[in-house]
Design a protein around this ligand. Structure first.
Ligand SMILES: [Fe+2]
Length: 481
C-alpha cells in the first residue's frame, strides 16, 4: 500500500478578501519627535538672539561706563594738579612743579602727557621736559563739554581720534594763572573695554548653556503630552492601549488627553466586547463544524475518530517542530476540520467497498476544496483554510488540489498531511487491513521528500522512536479514511 491512498487535501490558498492585514502608518511618532526638535530649535534660536542682543547692549553700556569713568578720573587728576600748581606758579617754583608733574606722570602710566600752561599757553612745565618753554598751538580737538569751573574735555586732538585731553583752569587767589592740560590715549579705554568684555563673555556663555539646557527641558515638557498622545493613538490603533494617559495639566491639552482616555476606554471596551462576540461566534461555528465532522465520520465506521487522532499526531509533531502554542492550537482545530468537505461527497463514493474508479477518485479528491469552501463562509475560520485546502499536497508537487510543492505548501498543511497519512495507514479501510505501525513508519521514511516534507518526516520518525508508545498507543490498527 502507498501513503498516496490517504492523500489529504487543502483548499483555496488565496487569502479571503477582507483579511485584516496589520498596517503601520497614520500619525508617525517621528513627526512628534520632530515637534520636540522644532520646539527646541525655536526656543534655542530665540535664546541665542536674546543672548546676543543682551551681550551687545551690555558691552555698549560697559564701554560707555568705562569711558565715563576714565574721563572722570582724568578730570579729577587734572583738577587736583590745577589746585596744587597755583601756589607754585605764584612763587614761580618751577622745580616743585616739575617734580609734581614727574611724580604724577610716573604713577599714572595711562596718562600720555601732563602740561602746565601759562595764560598765554606757554608750556611752563611738561612731562616731556623737551617741550618746556614752547607755546602750545591752539587746540585742534573738539570741545565735547565744559564744566562751570572751566574744566573741559577735548577730543580729536592730533593724532586725530587717538586721544582725548582734559584741561583745567589754574586759579589762585581768584587770579587766572593758566591751565593744566592732561592727555590720555584712547588705547587705555580700549584695553579696559577688552578686559571687561573678557569678563562678560564667560557669563553669557554660562547663560547660553543654561538656556540651552532649559530650552531642551521646557520643549520636552511641553511636547511630552503630545508625544504620549500620539503614542496612545498608535497603540490604540494596534489594539494595545490598556492604561490611560497621564493628564499633565488642566489646559486644552489636558482636556484633550482626558477626552482621549475616555475614547480609548470606550473603544477598548467595545473592542473587547466585539472580540468576545467574535470568539463566541467562532466557538459556535467551530462546534458546528465539529459536529459536522463527527457526523461525517459517523457515516462511515472506518473513519470514526480519525480527525481526533490526526489532531493528536499533528499537535505532537507541531510541538516538536517548535511551533508556538497559538500555531499548535490552530493546527489542532484545523485537523478536526480537515475532511469536513466530505459532507459533499456522495455516500456511493464515500462508502464504496473496494477501490474507486477514476471518476469517483476525482470526486473524492475534491473534498479538500469543498472543505475550504465551507470554511470560507465564516471569516473567523479563514485562518484554517490553507491547512484544510492543502492537506493533500505533496512535497514533490504531485499532490492536489493545487499541485503546490516544497515551501509553497503551508506548514500546517504539511504537518496535517503526515498525521493524516499515518492514521490512515494504521487504520482499517474498506479494501484492506491496517498496516502495522512499523510498516507505516517505513512508508513515511520512504516517502520523505516525495509525499512528505523531509524535515517534518524526520522529526515525526524521531518522535515515534523517542516517544514510541505515546504515538503508537493512539495508532493502534483501526479504520480511517
Ligand atoms: Fe483528507
Amino acid at each position: 500500500m502507498s501513503a498516496s491512498d490517504v492523500r489529504p487535501d487543502n483548499a483555496g490558498a488565496a487569502r479571503p478578501a477582507g483579511t485584516v492585514t496589520p498596517t503601520r502608518g497614520g500619525v508617525g511618532l517621528l513627526s512628534f519627535k520632530g515637534l520636540r526638535a522644532k520646539a527646541t530649535l525655536y526656543v534655542l534660536l530665540l535664546l541665542v538672539a536674546t543672548v546676543v542682543v543682551s551681550y551687545v547692549i551690555t558691552i555698549r553700556i560697559l564701554n560707555s561706563h568705562i569711558k565715563g569713568e576714565i574721563v572722570k578720573r582724568a578730570e579729577s587728576l587734572s583738577r587736583s594738579i590745577a589746585s596744587s600748581a597755583g601756589y607754585d606758579l605764584i612763587l614761580k617754583d618751577l622745580l616743585a612743579l616739575d617734580n609734581m608733574v614727574f611724580k604724577i606722570k610716573e604713577s599714572n602710566p595711562d596718562i600720555t602727557s601732563i602740561a602746565i600752561l601759562s595764560t598765554d599757553r606757554t608750556i611752563v612745565v611738561h612731562s616731556d621736559a623737551g617741550r618746556t618753554g614752547s607755546r602750545l598751538a591752539p587746540e585742534a580737538g573738539r570741545v565735547v563739554f565744559e564744566e562751570a569751573d572751566g574744566t573741559r574735555l577735548l577730543e580729536g586732538a592730533a593724532p586725530a581720534g587717538a586721544s582725548f585731553a582734559i584741561e583745567s583752569r589754574i586759579v589762585f587767589m581768584e587770579k587766572d594763572l593758566g591751565s593744566v592740560l592732561l592727555n590720555v590715549e584712547w588705547s587705555v579705554l580700549l584695553a579696559a573695554q577688552t578686559e571687561a568684555r573678557h569678563k562678560v563673555i564667560p557669563v553669557f556663555a554660562v547663560i547660553l548653556v543654561l538656556g540651552l539646557a532649559s530650552s531642551i527641558a521646557v520643549s520636552s515638557r511641553l511636547t511630552r503630552p503630545v508625544k504620549e498622545l500620539a503614542t496612545g493613538v498608535e497603540e490604540l490603533k494596534r489594539g494595545q492601549r490598556s492604561k490611560p494617559l497621564r493628564v499633565y495639566s488642566d489646559d486644552e491639552l489636558g482636556r484633550l488627553t482626558s477626552s482621549f482616555n475616555e475614547m480609548s476606554s470606550l473603544i477598548t471596551g467595545q473592542r473587547e466586547k466585539l472580540g468576545q462576540y467574535a470568539h463566541e461566534l467562532e466557538e459556535a461555528y467551530v462546534s458546528t463544524v465539529r459536529v459536522l465532522a463527527a457526523a461525517i465520520e459517523a457515516r462511515d465506521r472506518y473513519t470514526l475518530g480519525h480527525s481526533t487522532r490526526v489532531a493528536q499526531y499533528a499537535v505532537e509533531l507541531a510541538r516538536e517542530l517548535g511551533l508556538s502554542p497559538e500555531q499548535v492550537e490552530e493546527i489542532e482545530i484545523a485537523c478536526l476540520f480537515h475532511d469536513v468537505g466530505k459532507i459533499r461527497i456522495p455516500d456511493s463514493i464515500l462508502h464504496k467497498k473496494g477501490r474507486l474508479n477514476p471518476h469517483e477518485f476525482k470526486e473524492m479528491r475534491n473534498h479538500s476544496a469543498y472543505g475550504a469552501e465551507i470554511l470560507s463562509k465564516a471569516r473567523s475560520l479563514y485562518k484554517y483554510i490553507p491547512a484544510v485546502r492543502h492537506h493533500h499536497e505533496w512535497h514533490d508537487g504531485t499532490g492536489y488540489p493545487d499541485g503546490l510543492s516544497r515551501e509553497s505548501i503551508p506548514e500546517e498543511a504539511a504537518i496535517i498531511s503526515l498525521a493524516d497519512a499515518f492514521d490512515a495507514m494504521t487504520s482499517d479501510r474498506p479494501y484492506r487491513q491496517a498496516l502495522t505501525i512499523e510498516s507505516a513508519l517505513d512508508i513515511i521514511r520512504a516517502s520523505a521528500g516525495k509525499q512528505f516534507n523531509p524535515e517534518f518526516a524526520r522529526v515525526f520518525l524521531d518522535l515515534n522512536e523517542k516517544q514510541g508508545p505515546a504515538v503508537a498507543v493512539a495508532a493502534e490498527p483501526r479504520m480511517a479514511s
